[in-house]
Design a protein around this ligand. Sequence first.
Ligand code: CP
Length: 311
Amino acid sequence: MTSLSVNHLLGIKNISKNDIELIFETADYFKEIINRPIKKVPSLRDITIANVFFENSTRTRLSFELAEKRLSADVINFSSSSSSVKKGETLLDTINNILAMKVDMIVMRHASPGAPHFLSKHIDANIINAGDGTHEHPTQALLDTYSIREKFGEVKGKKIAIIGDILHSRVAISNIYALQKLGAEVMVCGPNTLLPKFIKTLGVHVELDVEKALQWCDIANVLRIQLERQEIKYFPSLREYSIYYGISKALLDKIGKPVTIMHPGPINRGVELNSDVADSDAAIILHQVENGVAVRMSVLYLLASNKTPLN
Ligand code: CP
């Protein structure tokens, strides 16, 4: 297979295992390139990409921008806080105005689940979902699973526990889809109040005890508590959360077997993860960030090369 089955990357749910493997193989090539002294290739010369962020981001926005620049694309950045969205413009009007400037691709983060899916039905440009509310964050899941493949050789057969605030996490949902498509076994772990009611329908193990989850898994993907999405209290205090669910070196020592620690960032140190774990050799957190650039270069390149007519 040499091309993706989709014109947009809206989520992991609607792409195939073959798509994921093609993205990984292409990312291998780009990872080798970005480790050379000259890191840039002309693959997307004459392609213009708009990074449209309606929500805060550090890693995803910078990683996409760097990936685009490494591929020689022309790049424009839009942030809703300093735009005319504040004056009442609709999402579709905003995007159509950006596209009128001859933009070929939109990378969008939005607080509303389904916003990129809505756009894909109304505009004539490739769309990449950079996180839509609590729904999906496909490139995060791709870089996470790529990092597991890099460390262990393959994802198939690995046991991954996703620990923390599953209820508000688009990273958890996209990871579950990606890991299962690649043949891994997935467990979610967190307080009952932070586990969505539908979670068992996704075919994952559910565990409330973090020690048991760590004993079960090869890899723990630790998520932060998304306080910005919580209108009610789901647990008594962050201090109590960290006592029952925080991962420390003492806890990992007690488990007595190696567990690889992942985190999509941003980390709330001392809450879900202690510094003695986040900065230890068990953690591959900065490798995830490094791989994000190669994986995003791969997604951008493959979507731009897809010659299927849009819409
Ligand atoms: N992992 C992630 O999406 O981080 P940002 O919110 O900083 O982009």
